[in-house]
Ligand binder design. Sequence first.
Ligand SMILES: Cc1cc2nc3c(=O)[nH]c(=O)nc-3n(C[C@H](O)[C@H](O)[C@H](O)COP(=O)(O)O)c2cc1C
Length: 350
Amino acid sequence: MGFLYRKLLRKFFFTFDPETVHDAVIKGVRTLQSIGAARLAIELIARVKDRPVTVAGIRFKNPIGLAAGFDKNCEVPLMLAKLGFGFLEMGTITFRAQNGNPRPRVFRLGAHRGIINRMGFNNVGAYEASRRLEKLGPVGVPLGINIGKNADCSLEDAPKNYLDTLKVVYPFCDYVALNISSPNTLQLRELHEKDRLARLLDPVLDFINGANMKKPLFVKIAPELDDSHLEELVAAAVERGLGLIATNTTVRREHLPARWRSYEGGLSGLPLRTISNEMLKKVSELADGRVPLIGVGGVSDGPSAAEKFSLGADLVQIYSGLIYEGPFLVRDILTYLEKLPWKRVPAPGK
Ligand SMILES: Cc1cc2nc3c(=O)[nH]c(=O)nc-3n(C[C@H](O)[C@H](O)[C@H](O)COP(=O)(O)O)c2cc1C
């Protein structure tokens, strides 16, 4: 299946603008999603053996999930679940709908197997996203919702903006991911700073603790954090019982050929792999088993997923790998993990 995608579909898709292809694929999949027989067919083709893991109190069908940004507007989670993902992260959702940055804003790096995007949280807003999830009903795998701040909201007002979004989407997810690390929203990454982060986290945690059902909170971090900020952040996660997602895309370019260095935005895929792995390793050493960790960045096959687990990830997410390797990548990764000794990946039921 992967071979067919790479030889035929990918060649065709890659002749068009990346975002145009993405929008068309989402539209097509949305149509298929409404047809029961199509959902069943995909489930049969992509069928994977369950490999349940329990992380942050949630039982995941398997430890391979979809990263945020692929289904920003909660359009096709039923179909994505049928592809074999153990969990899905929707979003980033902001409180109010917004258009994001002008197009073109997504670029494929071809042979380098990377993507640069500067989308800027284009999304339908918290109410419309929630309405869609409510209409779709249960997805069949745990669902995370990744939330961010509106572009026109100042850093001072960010805590209220995040909280407003959280209140709307909370009933429709199994965990919440706070995105403080997209490089495409001005000053967003300043929320990593200790006092700003505390101002953001405290009201969010007050809300979660006061809710009927307590759901885990993850914070998605940047791969460029310096060591002192990272230590503070991991300490905050331990103290407050948070999970961490390492990492978002990178703004580093020094390892890319000159022609790509002037492209603004976040870099993902293979060129991010080593950078995000270094961050995951540091986070894992500092957290020392006290923080649930999701590893993301540059996973494109079984070995690169296994590498994240060996560095300390409890769960792994993918995005760019899907664009280059095709939709059956999750099945291929799980087939590979199945053959590994138990110690290298979380044991079933952990
Ligand atoms: C086109 C594109 C859009 C993205 N949008 C988001 C987003 O809205 N929110 C987010 O937290 N991460 C977003 N990401 C980052 C991914 O979730 C992931 O952290 C990053 O791409 C690294 O994983 P990968 O190398 O497997 O792609 C986006 C990535 C891409 C390529």
